[in-house]
Design a protein around this ligand. Structure first.
Ligand code: UDX
Length: 466
């Protein structure tokens, strides 16, 4: 693979950057060079970024480089359009300058950036989509936008869908199981055309393939059912320090924390707890919980009478006021620790952690599968609803909470009940924990350097460009 040079372009969300950077590392371990590209603001926030021979960083403009925020109340088309215009221009300039240094093997682009494929085409550079979401989520989008018989292929996104079947190995997906962007009343309607465009680009390419942050054993039937667009599972894309039997494990492995949190006291706090006794609750980098919901989660955790580690990001509440109120309530009690951010893979890998209350972002879901931590699924939006359904009904490594009256608020009693199901002595809890162990084994098997199918798939992918 000598002299291969991959570009990876990603939005600046933590859930986008983490798997993209892990892929960069795998490519580099296999002998390639990688230029990792994200927004100028994103790059600026990556203070503790991985430094590795063969890895360089660059940025594209999303038009909001100086911190100008897109106009409020117009969180619609305009920011996406502005990012496309400014992004295409600046990515083109970047590619021109990189080409003066030698050829580019392939541009790998992630979700929300379909225009990057267009730019690559202008330079006759192959491009490949890296899906940072599950094969199931991809298949649902495909079902919607398939130009032959898609449910919304005509661009009419206002139709409401009751239920869809992907294939007979999966239960039907009702509207509350679908990626929320597909629902007609969703507040993020501007991103729907972007997903549509991703599918169109793939359909137009006779050699289309999608690199998936997933593993074959986890989504076997969906991956195998994909016909003209081949899905190539290369995950789980995790820091190699957590992959058993990996020789290339390094200290520079942990990725990049966009929140730049230097706190580490939670590890000592976990060290003092017995095995599988702690409930870890965290809701990723994007979900913004309102004060009522945080309060219910906090009370529910308290009522489990189990130790808990709760992440409340500063942007979940005005200047940390809710977090401070709760800390005051705990008043030095040992039961709970509240932090603004943590190194999640380290926490999930800690023997003290026995349950993960999560929003089911795809990275959190995969990390928890790979680290054998059973899930209480509290999905909010996007693919989280689909992931929660798979956890509850298909992989059976967790349970999905029910909101009051089918509405938004999940009450304390429901949080307490679900944690008890997962951690308690009942049959369901035992089944969940058995499955968690099974999935961890299969995830580790997938990424083994010797004979792991995901590892093998990535090598075959790189060979295409020899
Ligand atoms: C977003 C979307 O919300 C999600 O639905 C989609 O699948 C991916 O993009 P995000 O909400 O950030 O992602 O969730 P997730 O996919 O779980 O990614 C969060 C990442 O941040 C994980 O890799 C997790 O390990 C890390 N994290 C989170 C921490 O390191 N510390 C924390 O305290 C919380």
């Amino acid at each position: 693979m000598k002299n291969q040079h991959f570009l990876i372009i990603s939005c600046a969300g933590q859930g986008h950057i983490n798997p993209s950077l892990q892929l960069a590392k795998h490519l580099i371990h296999s002998g390639a060079r990688v230029t990792f590209i994200t927004t100028a603001r994103g790059l600026d926030a990556m203070k503790s970024r991985i430094s590795l021979d063969g890895l360089s960083y660059a940025s594209f403009s999303d038009r909001f480089d100086d911190g100008d925020r897109p106009a409020e109340g117009k969180a619609g088309d305009s920011p996406m359009l502005e990012m496309r215009l400014a992004g295409s221009r600046s990515l083109g300039d970047l590619i021109t300058s990189l080409l003066s240094d030698g050829p580019i093997t392939c541009l790998i682009y992630t979700v929300l950036l379909p225009w990057a494929a267009e730019v690559a085409r202008r330079f006759h550079i192959p491009s490949v989509f890296l899906s940072i979401q599950s094969a199931t989520t991809f298949a649902i989008y495909r079902r919607f936008f398939d130009s032959r018989n898609g449910l919304c292929s005509n661009g009419d996104y206002s139709q409401s869908i009751e239920s869809i079947m992907l294939h007979d190995q999966l239960p039907p997906f009702e509207s509350h199981d679908l990626p929320s962007f597909l629902l007609p009343d969703n507040p993020h309607s501007a991103v729907i055309p972007t997903f549509h465009e991703h599918i169109q680009i793939l359909e137009d390419d006779p050699n289309a393939c999608v690199l998936l942050n997933s593993f074959h054993a986890l989504e076997e039937h969906t991956i195998d059912a994909a016909d003209d667009i081949s899905l190539i599972p290369i995950g789980p894309l995790l820091p190699s320090a957590y992959i058993e039997g990996t020789k290339s494990c390094t200290d520079v492995d942990f990725g990049c924390d966009l929140f730049n949190c230097s706190r580490r006291d939670y590890i000592q706090w976990l060290d003092a707890k017995s095995n599988s006794s702690v409930v870890y609750a965290s809701f990723g980098s994007m979900v913004v919980l309102n004060e009522d919901q945080i309060g219910e989660i906090f009370q529910g955790l308290l009522e489990t009478n189990r130790p808990f580690l709760l992440v409340i990001r500063p942007n979940d509440n005005a200047e940390g006021t809710i977090a401070n109120k709760m800390k005051g309530y705990l008043d030095g009690q040992e039961q709970g620790l509240i932090v603004p951010w943590c190194s999640q893979v380290e926490v999930l890998n800690h023997p003290a952690v026995g349950c993960f209350v999560t929003h089911c972002g795809w990275n959190s879901t995969l990390e928890s599968l790979a680290m054998c931590v059973p899930i209480v699924a509290c999905p909010h939006f996007s693919d989280q609803l689909t992931n929660a359904k798979m956890v509850d009904e298909v992989w059976k490594n967790g349970i999905r909470v029910r909101a009051r009256d089918g509405g938004g608020l999940v009450e304390r009693e429901e949080i307490r009940r679900c944690v008890e199901v997962v951690m308690g002595d009942g049959e369901r809890g035992e089944e969940i924990r058995r499955n968690a162990l099974k999935w961890k084994g299969l995830a580790m098997e997938a990424v083994k350097e010797e004979g792991g199918p995901s590892h093998h798939n990535l090598r075959v992918f790189m060979d295409r460009f020899k």
